[in-house]
Design a protein around this ligand. Structure first.
Ligand code: TXA
Ligand code: MG
Length: 357
């Protein structure tokens, strides 16, 4: 599985080269508006196997299937993927309204699948996760390949999702043949994942840029957030210790200000890290002047935005975690957005997972 990994600009020739690789059961990393994905053709078992192998992803973690806008509008193809016979009329109307409102865009819909969808892509689940990415390079690649592309985030399992081509290279160099360069991702957090429970009620399985409030407005009813018990792996992205830097990461107490002293977290038996009084902290903060804060705290500091703007915080979150991971800090403190809704909630979700809480 050794490769020379190229980062190529998305010229028509390079897109054709990428599409040919995918048609032949290879994998290609592509930009999307959320994070970079590691794509394989849904119809190439060898490609699907390579996605799991190159990410070291366990096969119980299902992939999201990406469609071009043309494919999503093709009733035959949709019926090849989704078993509409299994879903009620109300549910079908909800799906149609959500597609109109949010596709292309960062909303993934989990729907009953047909027997034609390979079990490998869905980890044997009876459902398929579908989304239409808004990024023009992803759209062009899917169309050029002529097949839906199964694509998880292009990071090794459990690590931070990549939001630049360089970050994909750091994660997967030597394991994949090609990364398409698409610049930094605009959203910065993975898509909102929406499913339906046994009663047919919509539920958010993973929060993202598209908020519960926006979904509620389209559906005219309240969606709820799935509360998962560890034993039910419904949406494995919801497992703890995802999106994790290599260094231990801890959440700052709510309302913390830089003048307040912090006490080192107490180490429990099963934790692998060991910290002492002279361990160097690094700080990930939502707002402020990073240079001034760094002098004040005598530590590496990254602020995600000048004034706390949540769209900027989301966009730079994963790049900031990567850069603090590469800094001189031995461990990291991160500030949690306090609000329970919207993008702040999605950011807090990723930081809690990075902290393993
Ligand atoms: O924004 C995104 O969604 C990015 C880009 C590349 O599109 N993709 C992404 O994929 O985040 P990944 O593999 O890192 O996360 C996919 C998650 C799974 O971990 C799981 O939580 C959920 O999507 N998922 C996929 N198929 C599912 C299914 N059949 N039922 C429930 N959840 C599913
Ligand atoms: Mg992922």
């Amino acid at each position: 599985m050794t490769h020379t990994t190229s980062i190529l600009s998305p010229t028509p020739a390079h897109l054709a080269q990428a599409a040919l690789l995918l048609q032949n059961g290879e994998v290609v990393a592509m930009p999307t508006e959320t994070v970079y994905g590691l794509a394989a053709s849904l119809w190439q078992e060898a490609g699907l196997m390579r996605v799991f192998a190159s990410k070291e992803r366990p096969q119980f973690d299902p992939l999201i299937v990406h469609l071009s806008a043309e494919m999503a509008a093709d009733a035959n193809l949709m019926a090849t993927l989704v078993d509409f016979g299994q879903i009620s009329l109300i549910w079908q109307k909800q799906v149609a309204a959500l597609m109109v409102a949010f596709w292309p865009g960062p909303l993934t819909l989990v729907l009953p699948k047909t027997a034609k969808v390979p079990d490998l892509a869905t980890s044997g689940l009876p459902t398929i996760a579908l989304r239409v990415p808004a990024h023009p390079i992803a759209q062009a690649l899917i169309q050029a390949t002529g097949a839906p592309l199964a694509a998880p985030s292009a990071n090794r399992f459990g690590r931070i999702s990549p939001t630049t081509a360089q970050a994909v290279y750091e994660e997967l160099a030597g394991r994949i043949p090609l990364i398409l360069e698409g610049g930094p991702c605009e959203v910065g957090l993975e898509s909102t994942v929406l499913g339906w429970d046994e009663m047919g009620n919509p539920q958010i399985l993973r929060p993202g840029q598209i908020s519960a409030a926006e979904i509620n407005q389209v559906l005219g009813m309240a969606v709820y957030e799935a509360v998962l018990h560890p034993a039910e792996i419904q949406a494995p992205g919801m497992l703890k210790n995802h999106y994790a830097p290599r260094k231990p990461l801890f959440l700052l107490p709510p309302g913390w200000t830089p003048t307040q002293p912090l006490t080192l977290p107490v180490q429990s038996e099963n934790q692998q890290w060991s910290l002492h009084a002279s361990s160097q902290a690094g700080y990930l903060l939502l707002a402020g002047d990073a240079q001034a804060l760094s002098r004040q705290l005598n530590a590496p500091v990254i602020t995600l935005s000048p004034d706390g703007d949540r769209a900027l915080c989301a966009r730079f979150l994963f790049a900031a975690l990567r850069s603090l991971d590469a800094s001189e800090a031995d461990f990291l403190w991160a500030e949690l957005p306090p609000e329970p809704t919207g993008l702040g909630h999605a950011i807090a979700n990723r930081l809690c997972k990075a902290a393993g809480v």
